[in-house]
Design a protein around this ligand. Structure first.
Ligand SMILES: Nc1ncnc2c1ncn2[C@@H]1O[C@H](COP(=O)(O)OP(=O)(O)O)[C@@H](O)[C@H]1O
Ligand SMILES: O=C(O)C1=C[C@@H](OP(=O)(O)O)[C@@H](O)[C@H](O)C1
Ligand SMILES: [Mg+2]
Length: 191
């Protein structure tokens, strides 16, 4: 079993496209790390008192993004250290991205189109995928968003296979990243 990092300095935030596994991996990752798990989409639904689909239908995407920005800011600034699964568009919003970069270690769960399509087919609660053919929608989002997700601190490829395998890869990548950061901090302090 992969080692869990000894010292976790910040909240761990997962970013990436719909179906990458942010919610599923985030929940398991938090359990492995002994940290609370928060799904930003669930927190938005609780704050709004309705589902994400209802927010999109009643108020439109810009208002959803605004709520998403406020909820994620609140979680990052007021909740104790946790594992945060963001919704796929959160990191694309300039202000939300800035907050995430400031308060969290950001991890991009990267997946290819076929993997995403297979995984999003399990649930039909994603309004953006109902705006057209899901393959075409996801292809466009890959083109638009992958350069932005690439700004995350860490990139982990999620391949076919069990969720736990992705969690192991995330833990290994996170341990490497935090070790490098710690070494850098020590060197800076010593110089
Ligand atoms: N290796 C894997 N990594 C992540 N998710 C996986 C994997 N294999 C299967 N899945 C499934 O794919 C789906 C991913 O959906 P979800 O976690 O909601 O993604 P997101 O929150 O990124 O939109 C879940 O049903 C999850 O169980
Ligand atoms: O990519 C997006 O813009 C969205 C992704 C969804 O979350 P998941 O990525 O967890 O599916 C949810 O926030 C909303 O439907 C919009
Ligand atoms: Mg999710």
């Amino acid at each position: 079993m992969t080692m869990v990092p000894k010292h976790i300095p910040k909240t761990i935030a997962l970013v990436g496209l719909m179906g990458a596994g942010k919610s599923a991996v985030g929940r398991r990752l938090a359990a492995r790390m002994g940290l609370p798990f928060i799904d930003a989409d669930t927190a938005i639904e609780e704050a709004a008192g309705c589902t994400i689909e209802e927010i999109f239908a009643r108020h439109g995407e810009p208002e959803f993004r605004d709520g998403e920005r406020r909820v994620i800011q609140r979680l990052l600034e007021s909740e104790p250290l946790h594992v945060l699964a963001t919704g796929g568009g959160a990191f694309v919003n300039v202000q939300t991205r800035a907050r995430l970069k400031q308060h969290a270690v950001t991890i991009w769960l990267r997946a290819d189109l076929e993997t995403l399509l297979e995984r999003v087919a399990k649930r039909s609660n994603r309004p953006l995928l109902k705006q057209g053919d899901p393959r075409a929608v996801l292809e466009k989002l890959i083109a638009d968003r992958y350069p932005i997700y690439a700004e995350a601190d860490i990139v982990v490829d999620t391949a076919p296979g069990p969720v736990e395998e992705t969690v192991d890869r995330v833990l290994a990548a996170l341990t490497g990243f935090l070790d490098r950061e710690e070494t850098l901090t020590e060197r800076t302090a010593a110089s």
